[in-house]
Design a protein around this ligand. Structure first.
Ligand SMILES: Nc1nc2c(c(=O)[nH]1)N[C@H]1C(S)=C(S)[C@@H](COP(=O)(O)O)O[C@H]1N2
Ligand SMILES: [Mo]
Length: 336
């Protein structure tokens, strides 16, 4: 039996999640798109890589293992949609710093050293600073969020992330009244990132992305450090990446080294390259086509020649109920 969950926007978040409240907190996650398996089914250890087929458990750092939600839980998923196999999620990637072919990030990102790692918080905040990743993560317990991910190129996946709400970080660092947007930067290191050395010179590194502050505060917006019950593989943006499930995948900036609160809308990487094709908002919208292809449908991975696995794209990637109110009165055709 499946139980429908409350809307994500019904959730009231507290800064830190004690283990005991983890299960009850899951209930806000769902909206119409998540379902909670009822009691009676076998209970599984949370965020256990063995839950997912063919997962290489990796060797997560100690701080990571200590943050796994260790309460017994019941499986939560995107209702009626299978989780994408780990192999596809880790071998069909966009991470142009490591090359533009889908297999390049898996082949090249192994050279990225994610320990030690530090994150700078600056701009319009009461508490700026530079943090070692484990200190940065100290206040947060990891939550598992199983989200659809829709790339602007019209393919999609369903990925079980491990992360925490970006809103919780913002509560810690305290944006000033001048902060209207948040800006993220990926590591810039041509020595380990062959894509930054190549003649794909259209991109001005580092990769930059941003959100309006209310989008950043939305309970569905998370910073992820893991997926499939383990730490993020490098090609997926280790050790820290943004996940905004109602937006095209390019908003999900990888390997973050800097988070800035700013008063003006930041210029973002893809907007800078082709402003008529990639907007700042980049909300998934089947009614607003890309100038060169339709956005009405998507290929859900795994997708092959004989079973392309094509499905209709949903408004706001299926999270309309939760996020539509962020855009009331906005022309989504102009603000693509
Ligand atoms: N730094 C950086 N972040 C990035 C990209 C990139 O090229 N560089 N590609 C984006 C795009 S287009 C997508 S679809 C997602 C892909 O995430 P995945 O490879 O984990 O599926 O990462 C996004 N984040
Ligand atoms: Mo993408």
């Amino acid at each position: 039996m499946l139980i429908k969950l409350a809307k994500a926007s019904d959730c009231k978040e507290s800064d830190v999640t004690p283990h005991a409240s983890y299960l009850s907190r899951r209930t806000f996650l769902g909206g119409s798109m998540l379902a909670l398996a009822a009691t009676g089914l076998p209970r599984l250890a949370v965020a256990d890589p063995s839950l997912y087929a063919d997962v290489d458990p990796g060797k997560s750092p100690k701080w990571f293992a200590n943050k796994l939600p260790n309460t017994q839980w019941q499986a939560v998923t995107v209702k009626g949609e299978a989780i994408t196999p780990f192999k596809d999620a880790t071998h069909y990637n966009n991470y142009y710093e490591f090359g533009t072919d889908k297999g390049d990030p898996a082949a090249n990102a192994g050279a990225l050293k994610t320990e030690p790692w530090s994150v700078v918080i600056d701009g319009e905040v009461a508490k700026p600073g530079r943090y070692a990743l484990e200190d940065f993560m100290q206040p947060y317990q990891l939550q598992e969020r199983i989200y659809r991910m829709r790339c602007v190129e019209a393919w999609s996946m369903v990925i079980p992330w491990l992360g925490f709400p970006l809103a919780d970080l913002l509560k810690q660092v305290q944006p000033t009244s001048k902060a209207k947007y948040i800006r993220f930067e990926t590591l810039n290191d041509p020595q380990v990132m062959p894509g930054q050395r190549s003649d794909f010179a259209l991109i001005q590194w580092p990769y930059v992305e941003g959100l309006r502050l209310d989008e950043a505060m939305h309970p569905l917006t998370i910073l992820a450090v893991g997926m499939y019950g383990r730490e993020l593989p490098n090609q997926n943006g280790a050790p820290l990446r943004l996940v905004v499930p109602w937006k095209y995948g390019f908003k999900g900036v990888k390997s973050i080294v800097r988070i800035s609160l700013v008063s003006e809308q930041p210029t973002t990487t893809w907007q800078n390259i082709a402003p008529d094709e990639y907007g700042f908002f980049a909300n998934v919208n089947p009614k607003v086509d890309h100038p060169r292809w339709t956005q009405a449908r998507e290929r859900r991975l795994p997708s092959g020649l004989f079973s392309p696995n094509v499905r209709d794209t949903q408004m706001f990637n299926g999270y309309e109920e939760e996020v539509a109110s962020l855009y009331t009165g906005m022309d989504l055709r102009k603000n693509y």
